[in-house]
Design a protein around this ligand. Structure first.
Ligand SMILES: [Zn+2]
Length: 336
């Protein structure tokens, strides 16, 4: 083996070797979400020589992404994340296949997106999409790796349908809208998604090579250097992996999105309902834009958009007719 063979240092690893590298070359993975987690996962896996990588993301690159989304530079601002990440990865490794999908992931398209893939990697920052990935992967029998990062803390878990507990064994149902913080409201240190994404990438390699995976739910705080391993049991009455009742995939559980004709606005009513505390949400949003509220509605304004948020988590977002943009804004500023 020539010392400057692209994968020579990886082939030297006892856990991979020449046979393992050949397996990786024949493998296919899809990365859903191409932000801080997704760019690091894609970078790792492209350099590892995974034969086919698919990248899916609905958003465009913004200046505030550059702090942590490590495939992008200033020239990428304003362009779709998925296609610009793919362009960069092709320069890093021209010997593999990289395709991209610039679209919202939803109950209608997810099965097609993951079909024929060997592993699905979670690069999203969105709980609804994770429940959809879980349903689709359990239904199709495709392993997936969950990951999340916010502030200085991250979580990850690997799910092998038929062998391990699934995501709904851990988190039974979608949290109420507005109940979870988002990176847009509380921030994220750039080291934690890099660490979690590297754990996810390693799990993907182990799955592809047929090695033993991590079966626990890991929680790590990089600031406190506090590492927690939580053992997970299969929930006997799990709707997904036990009953095969794919509520998210079958759209029994989906948000309602309505375009408000003539007013350049979209109304979003989340699946889970919610009880928004105007005081708490207002305090978070005040750092990011203008906030005002009365008994009924909390108004939040950023350049180009105005949110009217109600206590039951319904929101009307003015300034767009595009449902994908409205969903993305909702996920970023309200959450879930
Ligand atoms: Zn389950």
């Amino acid at each position: 083996m020539p010392a400057n063979d692209r994968y020579s240092r990886q082939i030297l690893l006892k856990n991979i070797q020449r046979d393992g590298q050949e397996k990786l070359t024949k493998s296919r993975v899809v990365i859903i979400g191409c932000g801080a987690l997704g760019t690091t996962i894609a970078n790792n896996l492209a350099r590892s020589g995974i034969g086919h990588i698919r990248i899916v993301d609905r958003d465009i690159v913004e200046l505030n992404n550059l702090q942590r989304q490590n495939l992008f530079d200033e020239d990428d601002i304003g362009f779709p994340k998925a296609s610009n990440a793919a362009k960069k990865l092709r320069k890093i490794n021209s010997g593999i296949k990289i395709d991209c999908i610039v679209d919202d992931v939803n109950h209608e398209n997810i099965e097609n997106i993951i079909k024929d893939m060997d592993v699905v990697l979670d690069g999203t920052d969105n709980m609804l999409i994770r429940f959809l990935i879980n349903d689709a992967c359990v239904k199709q029998g495709i392993p997936w790796v969950y990951g999340g990062a916010i502030e200085t803390q991250g979580m990850t878990m690997s799910i092998i349908p038929g062998q391990t507990p699934c995501f709904r064994c851990v988190i039974q149902d979608l949290p109420e809208a507005g109940s979870l913080p988002t990176c847009d409201t509380v921030g994220v240190l750039n080291t934690i998604p890099a660490i979690i994404a590297s754990m996810e990438s390693t799990e993907a390699l182990k799955i592809l090579l047929g090695k033993d995976i991590n079966r626990d739910f890991l929680i790590y705080d990089v600031w406190q250097h506090d590492f927690n391993v939580v053992e997970i049991e299969k929930r006997k009455s799990c709707e997904c992996c036990v009953k095969h009742n794919f509520e998210f995939l079958n759209a029994k559980k989906k948000e309602t999105i309505i375009s408000l004709c003539g007013s350049n606005a979209i109304q979003i009513t989340p699946i889970s309902g919610g009880k928004i505390s105007f005081e708490e949400l207002g305090e978070k949003l005040r750092k990011l834009g203008d906030v005002s509220s009365d008994e009924i509605v909390l108004k939040f304004r950023i350049p180009g958009y105005e949110f009217n948020i109600f206590r039951n988590a319904r929101a009307i977002i003015y300034g767009t007719n595009d449902q994908k943009i409205a969903k993305s804004l909702y996920a970023r500023y309200i959450g879930v």
